[in-house]
Design a binder for this molecule. Structure first.
Ligand SMILES: *[C@@H]1O[C@H](CO)[C@@H](O)[C@H](O)[C@H]1NC(C)=O
Ligand SMILES: *[C@@H]1O[C@H](CO)[C@@H](O)[C@H](O)[C@H]1NC(C)=O
Length: 369
């Protein structure tokens, strides 16, 4: 009887060791570098062990909830940028995000010789954590050979940490990051023009200062431009909550349009676009207008169409302006996901010298611009 118990103990220990060996082998051999294979070959319980680095606040795009004791301070900080600055500052600058792309997009192959791009980001008194999370996500999730540089254009920020401290920080990054300073507050469009003029890449990609790029965001944008250099490509824009910084997948079933007040709006993609793509949602959608904030455009084509109108003062006006200038295909690259946040700001940022929106636009339209 005693002998039997003894056997059982020996057998169980060996079994445990065999399992540990199998686990170590799987983890350290073929599956070290390839996330996908790792996912398929390991049990979910083991996967949890491996993704320990995804456990910090806000990792995998999860919501951050500030403890009750800090709520008062949180509300104070909220006013500075109109988003939950406290939550943003808790989250790692290189936080992980889920891959919410369609399955067909994850396996798509792109040519090796895509054009490279310069990233242009304009900021004005942006928070440290949101601005640098944007920069880190661009660097971490773009293939190095496709990323020429990041050009940050400071539209006369007053905050101290955006001066020398920022310059010193970006010098440590593995991709060239340049900072251009506007002498005086000039507005988004003039700042972007300054940034665009300084770029050296073949394609210019404009981003907001509080974005997070997800895995595989860049290749589809550049692939469309390689196919046709007159394509202007917008990513799908997801949402980051301004309260909790939770990442929420956007819809690939809406596209840009405008109402009779010439305000940019999202509308459902019509049936004719579904039919044209024969139901394949990984193909790009043609859209009548684009969200002017985030897009990629061939640099020489941008210059040919006359870039932006430097007289554009009003927030959001650039959406329609660019759309009308581009007479050929405007596409939404459907295989990329992209997070822009925090969305739904309660106060819309304004620029000096504001004027009535519709008046300026209608004048511009009448002149046949
Ligand atoms: C972010 O960077 C830190 C420090 O360099 C590193 O330990 C961590 O694993 C990184 N997180 C992700 C999600 O890459
Ligand atoms: C990007 O393209 C430009 C222009 O063709 C080239 O000069 C530059 O070396 C390229 N940069 C990278 C990082 O490949």
């Amino acid at each position: 009887m005693r002998r039997f118990v003894y056997c059982k103990v020996v057998l169980t220990t060996s079994l445990v060791w065999v399992l540990v060996d199998v686990f170590l082998l799987l983890y350290f051999s073929e599956c070290n570098k390839c996330d996908e294979r790792k996912d398929r070959s390991l049990l979910p319980a083991l996967r949890a062990v491996i993704s320990r680095s995804h456990e910090g606040p806000g990792e995998m795009g999860k919501a951050v909830n500030v403890p009750k004791d800090d709520q008062e301070k949180m509300k104070e900080l909220f006013k500075i940028n109109q988003f939950n600055l406290m939550a943003s500052d808790i989250i790692a600058l290189n936080r992980s995000l889920p891959d919410v792309r369609l399955d067909g997009c994850k396996t798509k192959l792109y040519p090796d010789d895509l054009p490279n791009t310069s990233i242009v980001i304009v900021f004005h008194n942006e928070a440290w954590s949101t601005l640098l999370r944007t920069v880190h996500s661009v660097i971490n999730r773009s293939p190095r050979h496709l990323l020429m540089e990041v050009v940050l254009v400071d539209d006369a920020s007053e905050r101290d940490f955006l001066q020398k401290k920022l310059e010193n920080y970006v010098r440590t990054l593995e991709v060239p990051v340049r900072i251009l300073r506007m002498e005086q507050r000039s507005g988004l469009i003039r700042a972007r023009l300054r940034g665009a003029a300084a770029t050296k890449g073949q394609v210019i990609t404009f981003l907001d200062a509080h974005c997070e790029c997800t895995v595989g965001w860049l290749e589809p944008l550049l692939a469309r431009i390689k196919e046709d250099r007159t394509s202007v490509v917008c990513p799908i824009i997801d949402v980051i909550s301004d309260e909790t910084f939770e990442y929420m997948a956007g819809s690939d079933m809406t596209y840009g349009g405008f109402n009779w007040k010439l305000n940019f709006r999202w509308y459902p993609v019509p049936q004719r676009e579904m039919d044209r793509r024969k139901g394949d949602r990984t193909l790009p959608v043609r859209t009548p207008t684009m969200a002017g904030g985030l897009f990629s455009i061939d640099k020489t084509y941008f210059e040919e169409i006359g870039s932006y109108d430097p007289g554009m003062d009003i927030w959001g006006g650039e959406n329609l302006e660019m759309s009308f200038r581009i007479c050929s295909a405007r596409l939404i690259g459907n295989c990329n996901m992209f997070a822009r946040g925090p969305r739904f700001r309660k106060a819309t940022p304004t620029f000096p010298r504001n004027g009535p929106v519709s008046q300026e636009h209608s004048a511009w339209l009448k002149s046949g611009g």
